[in-house]
Design a protein around this ligand. Sequence first.
Ligand SMILES: Cc1ncc(COP(=O)(O)O)c(C=O)c1O
Ligand SMILES: [Zn+2]
Length: 392
Amino acid sequence: MTNYLDHLECSQCGAPYPHNVPSKMSACCGKVLLARYDLDKLGREVDRDSMPGRGDNLWRFSEFLPVEDPGYVVTLGEGGTPLLEARNLADNLGMKSLFVKEEGLNPTGTFKARGISVAISKAWELGSTGFTMPSAGNAAGAAAAYCARAGLDIRVFMPQDAPDANQKECLVTGSSLNLVNGHIGDAGREAVAVADEQGLFDLSTLKEPYRAEGKKTMGLEIAMQLGWRLPDTIIYPTGGGTGIIGMHKGFQELMELGWVEGRMPRFIAVQAEGCQPIVRAFHDGSETAEPWANPHTIADGLRVPGPFADYLILSILRETGGTALAVEDSDMVECMYEIATAEGIIACPEGAATLVGLKRLLGEGVIRTDDTVVLLNTGSGYKYMHLLEGAN
Ligand SMILES: Cc1ncc(COP(=O)(O)O)c(C=O)c1O
Ligand SMILES: [Zn+2]
């Protein structure tokens, strides 16, 4: 695969780092490292219009990805998900142009497959064969599946009350499942300790540079699927924020290449009432988010009390003229019904939260009815059937 990865960059101070060694956070600031590509060269050598005709998975964007040797690509067919026009929902809401990016169709049923596929492929290429993974649940399930696919070892750490589906997908794929008394932050501490002790590569979100690259492909796909136009607004259910950071980075790269028309979309972060560190920091005008005490929500992916990349999420929301809002669990479940009834999309509660957010922001006039809006349904509702039993 022709590779354009040039260096890694500290997201805080811009210091450059080499990309050909296993990398975690920046040594200078202890912050997120971002992958930087030689976009001038890429722009000269790669034809934008070749993209739609390529294989329908995220590796169609291989020139925007870090892996050099195709022999290390660990794939289950991730990405290439539909951008569904939601006409019925749009009509109900008096909108002109509403889309749902249906990430529930990914391997292991969530968008986590994208980041995990790219991160494990790159780490393996750089020599890692054993991993640890702390997760609210879905990322662990994805990591377990991709490690099984490649014959690599993984130890996953998730809260003991993580959804049954997540625990089972780790078990059935033969990974070592460690249930932690606490939330994802507690799982993260255990995972890092075990990784240090046993020489394993820890895949904590944004504490290595390449999961965000995988998530970036959601943005590349959305742009391509809209005919290389950018939507006005992206509404994203935000836990660790990898998707926001990844999509924003993807749009930036496309803009720099001159491949897209339109302005950078507004990013809107939706969180749960019971765990809303980014919402609080956004409205307080803070540049970083204080950890949320006693995080609780039925949307397990949103139970991230202290996102490591808080400063990046907050600056993207502000720079793009976006906002952040928190929604009730019961409204998420109601919107799981609404989105399924209107469109046949069986959404996860995190995805349904974006519809709750959209309705509120339309009501407040923050989103206009003629805006082109994309809701990210980050996962399949089939992993959350327990939420539907007896509801309504
Ligand atoms: C279904 C689902 N949606 C959203 C999120 C939040 O993702 P991010 O870390 O990119 O904010 C998660 C994370 O676990 C998830 O599993
Ligand atoms: Zn730095």
